[in-house]
Structure formats: structure tokens, C-alpha cells
Ligand binder design. Structure first.
Ligand SMILES: *Cc1c(COP(=O)(O)O)cnc(C)c1O
Length: 440
């Protein structure tokens, strides 16, 4: 027979009683009652299993509550990959974050406050984009780069042909493929050339009355080297049909460190009729798809595309419009700052951080490392960087910490690469490593 009076399960407080704890009541105001109740029920279960004492239920529930009502947790990107798809690509600038907060309330996204009439949605974001690419005649924004391409194909090429090189049939990521996207939008593909080589004549031979446009896709996540040949935009532009350039990463102007990365201004100057790109890669803004048209023909096509019924299904929200405009008008976004950071400065930060950790007994050392832009662009480009090297066992502890820090493993060590992190993050990194050290 069990002694029920001594059974701790009898002493576990009731849910309502725990929820009445002022700290949990305050949390329920902020996070919602359901979320708090779930944490309480989980703590009660632990108490019934004897894992925590019955009087610790409220405190345990409180500790388990997330900082906000989202399940998303902030992660410090110490991987050395500037645009990490699993971490949400480009982090937003402070200016873009402020704009987001403003737009989160009610705002004049489609209202002209002077006249009281309807205003053109997103006009300010489009103006900012056209100011950044003066060579464009018109621009439009959609949800992402894939949407921009799908909308172009769905407007201009349903039942018609898109001429594209076999060397540019790119899988973007997570098994999504540009050729599938184009055919799903209703277009037929007319593939030309081979994986490694295509000639101007291949394109010329493929052009018929069925041709909607020639598509040039930037191979943004791989390189082909050796016996290769691609056809540039100036030659494609001479073919007499519209040329659509999917430049991928969203560089608006050439970048000196990334000579192989196409940019919107150059693509238009070289004769592209339309340019598509992403907003959250090297542009450094929120997830968005950019569509830019050359003055004249391209601008007319942008207007057609904007009025297509599917354009409404790919429309960006006010948050994106606000963050995108602020990214372009505000100071350099973090992605750009990280790209331009000089390696010597990163090394100084790594030395200081390693010295600070070593003095606290952590086995830490400053090392040279190699950063990359990531799946978002500039394949094959290595950016010299610096990192703090820790024993490998730190990796999991840092990843599970608060805030989470994601490093990368190399030769049995956990490297915390500083290129993708602003200098202000160094204190947080130090605290996170020290916390992990105490827990190991
Ligand atoms: C990233 C990329 C895309 C897809 O853009 P999303 O914004 O991810 O939808 C399309 N084309 C190229 C060349 C890319 O690099």
C-alpha cells in the first residue's frame, strides 16, 4: 500500500492556482493565457513525476516561458556564412527594423494624407528602388525572387517558349528548381547549349514566333570551371526578343569584392529588358522579389506584369514595403557592412575575444578563417575572416543557449567566425561562451 499523504503528486498545485501567481498572470497579459497555461501544465507534469518539488511549479513554468509570443528564437550567426538560409538570410538594418515597427500599426500605406484620397500602394518603396537604380524605367515588388520570375513567366510566356541555357537550369534550394517554376507558371522551356557551353548561335537558332523571351539565370549557388562558355547580356540583347535577367542576389550596383556577381544597373545597361532579384540576399533587406524594367519596352512590360491577376497573389505587405524602403534609404545594411569588413579588423576582435575568454579559463584561441556569402550569391568567393576557436563540445551548448550562437565545426573545433556579426555582438558572444563553459 502506498502512503498517499507522502505522495508528492498529491501536493502539486492546481492549474488555476498556479496561473494566479502574479508573475504568471503578468506573463499571460503579455504572451497570452494559452502559452502560459501550456508551460504550467508541463511544469505540473514534471512535479508529478517527482522531477521538481511541487512548490517549484510556478517558478519552473515561468523559466520555461519564451521571451515573446513567437516560437522563433534569435540566433547569433557565427557560421561565417553571410547569408544563411536557415537563419533567415539578411538581418535587417536598425533603420529597417524601426520602419517595420512603424508599419506594424496602422499607417498610410494606401492613403494620401494630403488629399484624403487613395494613395498608390508601395510608391515610396518603388521610388527608393528607382533612385538606387537610375537606369531602370519602372519597378515592381513581389514576395520573393521566385515570385518575380513566376510572375514574369505567367504574364509573358503562358503557352509560349522561354529560351534558356542548359547551364543555367538552377536548383535554388530545398529542391525548388527554376525550370519547374517556369513550367508551373505555364511556359514551355526551350533549352539550348550544354551544361558547360552555349554559343550565341544556339540562342539565335532557338528563337521563333513562339519565343516569349530569352532568360539568363545567374548560377548563384555553384560554379562551373574548365571548358566553359556562356553568352553575355549584350549578345542576348542583340537577338531582337526581350531578355530577362534573373540576377539572384539583388546587388543593385557592381561591388568591387564580387566582380563575378551580376548587378541590376549593369544588367539593364547591357540590354536586359527585365531584371529579377531577391531582396534578402546581398541587397540586405527583407524577403522580397524585385522586378526592374528598362526604360521603354521593359517599363511597359512591368506595367503589364503589375496588372496581372497573379500580381495580387504575390503582393508584398506593408511590413516588407517599409523595411525595403528603409534598407535602401538608410545606412548600409548589416550584410553589406559584413561583406566590406576588413580581415585585419576582424582579427583584432577575435584576439580580444579569445584573450577575454582564456582569462576566464576557456580554451579559446583566435584563428584566421574563411567566410562565404552563402547560397544567396557569389559562389566560390572566399572572404578572409577571423574566428575564435573553441573545443568542439561548445558547439551544441552554444546552439542551445539563450541567445543561441551558431558556429561552425572545422577539424574538430568549434569556430565562431566574426564576419557576419557586428562588433556590438562581441560582448554577447563572450557571455554566451562563458555560460556554455559553466554548463559543460
Ligand atoms: C535565390 C535565387 C532565386 C530565388 O529567389 P528567392 O528570393 O529565394 O525566391 C532565383 N534565382 C536565383 C538566381 C537566385 O539566386
Amino acid at each position: 500500500m502506498t502512503d498517499t499523504a507522502a505522495d508528492p503528486r498529491r501536493l502539486v498545485p492546481r492549474t488555476d492556482a498556479v496561473l494566479a501567481d502574479p508573475r504568471l498572470a503578468a506573463a499571460a497579459q503579455r504572451l497570452g493565457r494559452n502559452l502560459v497555461k501550456r508551460a504550467v501544465v508541463a511544469a505540473q507534469k514534471r512535479a508529478r513525476r517527482g522531477e521538481i518539488p511541487p512548490d517549484a511549479v510556478a517558478g519552473t513554468a515561468l523559466d520555461a516561458l519564451p521571451a515573446t509570443a513567437t516560437g522563433l528564437r534569435p540566433v547569433l550567426n557565427a557560421t561565417g556564412v553571410l547569408l544563411h538560409t536557415n537563419l533567415g538570410r539578411a538581418p535587417l538594418s536598425a533603420a529597417a527594423r524601426e520602419a517595420l515597427a512603424l508599419a506594424a500599426g496602422t499607417c498610410d500605406v494606401e492613403l494620401d494624407l494630403t488629399t484624403g484620397g487613395r494613395g498608390r500602394r508601395g510608391a515610396a518603396a518603388i521610388d527608393a528602388l528607382l533612385a538606387a537604380v537610375p537606369g531602370a524605367g519602372a519597378a515592381h515588388l513581389v514576395n520573393n525572387g521566385a515570385a518575380a520570375l513566376a510572375l514574369v513567366a505567367g504574364t509573358l510566356a503562358v503557352g509560349r517558349e522561354i529560351v534558356v541555357s542548359r547551364g543555367e537550369l538552377v536548383e535554388i534550394g530545398d529542391s525548388f528548381r527554376i525550370p519547374d517554376l517556369l513550367t508551373a507558371a505555364g511556359a514551355r522551356l526551350r533549352e539550348v547549349g550544354t551544361t558547360n557551353r552555349v554559343h550565341p548561335g544556339d540562342y539565335a537558332d532557338a528563337i521563333t514566333d513562339e519565343t516569349a523571351f530569352v532568360l539568363k539565370v545567374h548560377p548563384s549557388n555553384f560554379t562551373i570551371t574548365g571548358f566553359t562558355r556562356a553568352v553575355g547580356l549584350p549578345e542576348l540583347a542583340a537577338l531582337g526578343v526581350p531578355v530577362v535577367a534573373d540576377i539572384g542576389s539583388g546587388l543593385l550596383q557592381p561591388h568591387p569584392l564580387l566582380p563575378g556577381e551580376p548587378d541590376a544597373a549593369t544588367a539593364l545597361a547591357q540590354g536586359a529588358t527585365l531584371v529579377t532579384a531577391s531582396g534578402d540576399k546581398l541587397l540586405g533587406g527583407p524577403q522580397a522579389g524585385l522586378l526592374l524594367g528598362s526604360p521603354g519596352v521593359g517599363a511597359d512590360l512591368v506595367q503589364r506584369i503589375r496588372r496581372h491577376p497573379l500580381a495580387r497573389a504575390m503582393r508584398v505587405d506593408k511590413l516588407t514595403l517599409a523595411a525595403f524602403e528603409a534598407t535602401l534609404r538608410g545606412p548600409s545594411p548589416p550584410t553589406r557592412v559584413a561583406l566590406d569588413a576588413d580581415a585585419a579588423g576582424l582579427r583584432v576582435r577575435a584576439e580580444a575575444l579569445a584573450a577575454r575568454l582564456a582569462s576566464a579559463g576557456v580554451e579559446a584561441e583566435a584563428v584566421d578563417s574563411a567566410s562565404t556569402v552563402g547560397g544567396g550569391g557569389a559562389p566560390g568567393v572566399v572572404l578572409p575572416s577571423a574566428a575564435v576557436a573553441l573545443p568542439e563540445r561548445f558547439a551544441a551548448a552554444l546552439r542551445r543557449g539563450e541567445p543561441a550562437v551558431l558556429g561552425h565545426l572545422e577539424n574538430g573545433r568549434c569556430l565562431l567566425d566574426l564576419r557576419a556579426l557586428p562588433p556590438e555582438a562581441d560582448d554577447t558572444i563572450a557571455d554566451a561562451v562563458l555560460a556554455a563553459h559553466r554548463g559543460l
